[in-house]
Ligand binder design. Structure first.
Ligand SMILES: C[S@@+](CC[C@H](N)C(=O)[O-])C[C@H]1O[C@@H](n2cnc3c(N)ncnc32)[C@H](O)[C@@H]1O
Length: 204
C-alpha cells in the first residue's frame, strides 16, 4: 500500500470514517480526564485523538504511526486547532514505541495481527509506559459462540477480512485478556462503546 500514495489516502479516509462512527460511544463510555498524555499507537490520521483532544482541553496527545500518515494527521490537527498540544511521531510499532505518554490507546490494531505479532506490539507498548501507565484496547469482541444477530455476523465478516488482509483475526474478550496478560498487562475493566469494547489494563 505504501508504494501507492493514492491507496494510502483511500485507506486512511476509510479508517477515519469507520472510527468517526464510534468516537461518540468511546467518549461516552470512558473518562479520559485523568490522563495527562495519551498516545494513539497506529492512530492513522488522528481521528480518534482529535476527538479526545477536543473534548478534553488539557490533554496532550501523540499519534504514532508509519510516516505515510504524517501529512494527513498534521493537516487534521491544524484544522482542529490542536497542533499546540497534539503531535505526530513516525515509527514502526514492531520495532519500538516512544516513551512519551502515561496512557496508550490501540484501536483496531491488534485484530490486524496474529498472536505472535500482537504480543510484539503489546510488549513494545508495555516498555513505553511508566509503572502507573494504562493501556486502552479498543476492539470488537467476538462472541464465544457464533451468533446470527447483526453484530455477530458483522464481527464474523471482519474476522474473514482480517484473515484475508495481514493475517489477523477477531478475538473473544477472553482471548484479548490472555494476550494482554501474556504481554505484561493486568486487564482491569471493560467498557462497552457501541459495537466496540474498551478494555482498560494496568501495567503489571
Ligand atoms: C486498521 S488501521 C487503524 C487506524 C486507527 N487506529 C483507527 O482505528 O482508525 C491500522 C493502522 O496501523 C498502522 N500501522 C500498520 N503497521 C504499522 C507499523 N508497523 N507501525 C506503526 N503503525 C502501523 C496503519 O498505518 C494504520 O493507520
Amino acid at each position: 500500500m505504501a508504494r501507492t500514495p493514492e491507496h494510502v489516502r483511500i485507506f486512511n479516509e476509510a479508517m477515519t470514517d469507520l472510527t468517526r462512527l464510534v468516537t461518540h460511544n468511546l467518549l461516552q463510555a470512558y473518562d479520559f480526564g485523568t490522563i495527562s498524555h495519551l498516545m494513539d499507537v497506529g492512530g492513522g490520521s488522528g481521528e480518534l485523538m482529535g476527538a479526545v483532544a477536543r473534548e478534553y482541553s488539557n490533554i496532550k496527545g501523540t499519534v504514532f504511526d508509519l510516516s505515510r500518515c504524517a501529512d494527513a494527521a498534521n493537516q487534521n490537527f491544524g484544522q482542529l486547532g490542536i497542533s499546540d498540544r497534539v503531535d505526530f511521531v513516525a515509527g514502526d510499532f514492531f520495532h519500538s514505541v516512544p516513551a512519551a505518554a502515561d496512557a496508550i490507546i490501540l484501536k483496531s490494531i491488534i485484530h490486524d495481527w496474529d498472536d505472535a505479532r500482537s504480543r510484539i506490539i503489546l510488549g513494545n507498548c508495555r516498555k513505553a509506559l511508566p509503572r502507573q501507565g494504562r493501556l486502552l484496547l479498543v476492539e470488537r469482541a467476538m462472541p464465544e459462540l457464533p451468533g446470527a444477530d447483526d453484530a455477530a455476523r458483522s464481527c464474523a465478516m471482519s474476522d474473514l477480512n482480517m484473515l484475508r488482509g495481514p493475517g489477523g483475526r477477531e478475538r473473544t474478550e477472553r482471548e484479548y485478556h490472555r494476550l494482554l496478560t501474556e504481554s505484561g498487562f493486568r486487564p482491569a475493566a471493560v467498557f462497552r462503546a457501541g459495537r466496540f469494547n474498551l478494555t482498560e489494563s494496568l501495567v503489571c
